[in-house]
Write a protein that binds this ligand. Structure first.
Ligand code: NAI
Length: 397
């Protein structure tokens, strides 16, 4: 099959197996170039391991610390005439590379919110690894079926209280327009978003893992959050998703207490804004990211998911001393939030229009990153050649 990108809005309907493999290979090479992390993790579970920050975490653990990894994700293999999802191809490529390097790597493909998948993962840990010493929680999902009640929750991305008007961009066309997003009409929208993206499922995972005795003494767990600049507060940090992030962050003291007899510890890491399948769905944010990329690249401090996660592991999570902010969070959004970066982004934000966007932003870099997520726009890949679809991988259940 010859696979070309087919997009609908912020979604790419096709993914390229060899391109995804290239993406994974590039990330592995980056991590290897940084050398081994001292005292890094050895047996790692990554929940949400197939794309974005979760995939980069898995690669950082495996190739930056020779860790055995179990990945959990919700992806689709290809079928006759139809490519699978990028996360499937990423995971297949990761496992191939990990196995070639002599590293243990297995995955469980299914709904991480369910009790059944938690049980499957626990059984796999018991069978193969005994105990794990790091749990990365990196799920991003628009919906969740609650495992205890069966209720289906759908998250929304909306402001709270008052409508939010600002600029946004269609990153395919470069058209900058004004958008007004109406606030949530009922409290249920906030509650549902918290149910999907808040801390309850992270808590369930850690409770189940601990009860099964598969967490090692001194284990760590980390989940990811975002803050960002004031200009995105109404749609992000003070919006429905921000309420879910507050809930996720508020889970840390509970987990620390739960893990105390194992001398375990939990963290939230606040990461940088990056192009991922999840962030491209949030209005206003792609325009902010395009301007941010421009400023950070010019200053030589731009990072992608893999640079962020390698730095998180090497300089934060496994540093001699884990430095936290006043709210107890790890910050790897420190360069994004630098005053000089933000003041320049704000200036560009005020000036940006359809006419000047290509000149004053890094929309080109945004688009490239977006297509890279699906395995497209890698120079090493011939997109007119037949692609060999990977449909089954022995170690992905
Ligand atoms: P992503 O969309 O690239 O990855 C999501 C992962 O979750 C994938 O592996 C997917 O298969 C998995 N997943 C989704 N639903 C699932 C389910 N029901 N069962 C099993 N797996 C499932 O997302 P991204 O952006 O890497 O987000 C990860 C975390 O990082 C999220 O908490 C997000 O809020 C946070 N974050 C993202 C930032 C960004 O700019 N992209 C910035 C800071 C934090």
């Amino acid at each position: 099959m010859i696979i070309q990108p087919r997009t609908r809005g912020f979604i790419c309907l096709t993914s390229h197996p060899e391109g995804c493999a290239q993406n994974v290979k590039n990330q592995i090479e980056y991590v290897k170039s940084k050398g081994l992390i001292s005292n890094g993790p050895k047996k790692v579970l990554v929940i949400g391991a197939s794309t974005g920050f979760g995939l980069a975490s898995r690669i950082s653990a495996a190739f930056g610390s020779n860790a055995s990894t179990i990945g959990v994700f919700f992806e689709k293999p290809g079928t006759e005439g139809r490519p699978g999802t990028a996360g499937w191809y990423n995971s297949a490529a990761f496992e191939k590379q990990a196995h070639a390097a002599g590293l243990y790597a297995k995955s469980v493909n299914g709904d991480a919110f369910s009790d059944d998948i938690k049980k499957q993962v626990i059984d796999l840990i018991k069978e193969d690894l005994g105990q794990i010493d790091l749990v990365v929680y990196s799920l991003a999902s628009p919906r969740r079926t609650h495992p205890k009640t069966g209720v289906n929750y759908a998250s929304v991305l909306k402001p709270i209280g008052v409508p939010f008007s600002n600029k946004t961009v269609d990153f395919h066309t470069g058209v900058v327009s004004d958008i007004t997003i109406n606030p949530v009409e009922e409290q249920a929208d906030i509650d549902n978003t918290i149910a999907v993206m808040g801390g309850e499922d992270w808590k369930f995972w850690i409770e189940d893992l601990k009860a099964a005795g598969v967490l090692a003494t001194g284990c760590k767990t980390v989940a990811y959050s975002y803050i960002g600049p004031e200009l995105t507060y109404p749609i992000y940090r003070n919006g429905t998703i921000g309420m879910a992030k507050n809930d996720l962050e508020a889970t840390v003291p509970y987990l620390n207490n739960l893990l105390s007899d194992l001398e375990g510890v939990s963290y939230v890491s606040v990461n940088k804004a990056l192009v991922t399948q999840s962030s491209s769905a949030i209005p206003v944010v792609p325009l902010y990211i395009s301007l941010l990329y421009k400023v950070m690249k010019e200053k030589g401090i731009h990072e992608g998911c893999i640079e962020q996660m390698q730095r998180l592991f090497a300089d934060r999570l496994y540093a001699d001393k884990v430095v936290l902010d006043a709210e107890g969070r790890i910050r790897v959004d420190d360069w994004e939030m630098r005053e000089d970066v933000q003041s320049e982004v704000q200036k560009l934000w005020d000036a940006v229009t359809t006419e000047n966007i290509e000149a004053i932003s890094d929309l080109v870099g945004y688009r490239k990153d977006f297509f890279n997520l699906f395995g497209f726009e890698f120079d090493a890949i011939d997109y007119n050649a037949e692609s060999n679809e990977l449909t089954t991988v022995e170690s992905i259940k």
